[in-house]
Design a protein around this ligand. Structure first.
Ligand SMILES: [Zn+2]
Ligand SMILES: [Zn+2]
Length: 170
């Protein structure tokens, strides 16, 4: 879905995202309905603003125990859209305000809503994927999931080879 800046009225524009073609199905698994709402607002000094919200349930794999778990994303976001200035030298001195850090520069005054939503969902997914905050992960020795049952490896490790030797002498 592409919207040109000129198509956005002064009072802003609500965009309903009903299809899910924007969703990166190859990288992320969704496990429930998706709800996305976006509003396009013209900025006074040119450019555009895209605040929106996203509610998505994802099926993720825990980094530690490799189990699947459901992650509910229910987030709002805001993207500043600026048009790349034509012929602006790349090395030009530029004071970057904190606000500008989130700016997305577009080659022309046209918003590709799908591609912006894709960027947002990746930003909203946490870097560290954990099924629970206190996931115990897999045992490095037997590979068992330590959330399910505590394996005997930890207690075996405490027994040093010398104590076995000690038993021998008796
Ligand atoms: Zn886990
Ligand atoms: Zn183990």
């Amino acid at each position: 879905m592409k919207i040109r800046f000129a198509e956005i009225p002064d009072e802003g524009m609500d965009v309903m995202i009903l299809d899910h073609t924007w969703f990166p199905d190859r990288e992320l698994n969704r496990s429930g309905p998706i709800s996305v709402a976006v509003r396009l607002i013209r900025k006074r000094e040119g450019g555009d603003l895209m605040p929106g919200s996203m509610t998505i349930e994802l099926l993720m794999e825990c980094d530690l125990c490799l189990d699947e778990y459901h992650l509910m994303l229910d987030e709002t976001f805001r993207v500043d859209l600026e048009v790349e200035a034509d012929g602006m030298p790349a090395a030009e001195e530029h004071q970057c305000s904190a606000d500008e850090m989130d700016a997305v520069f577009l080659p022309e005054p046209e918003i590709d809503v799908n591609s912006l939503l894709r960027q947002q969902v990746f930003l909203l997914v946490p870097d560290k994927r954990m099924c629970t905050d206190d996931c115990k992960g897999l045992c490095p020795h037997c590979g068992g999931n330590r959330n399910d049952s505590e394996c005997a490896c930890a207690s075996k490790m405490k027994t040093s080879p010398f104590s076995i030797l000690g038993n021998f002498k008796k």
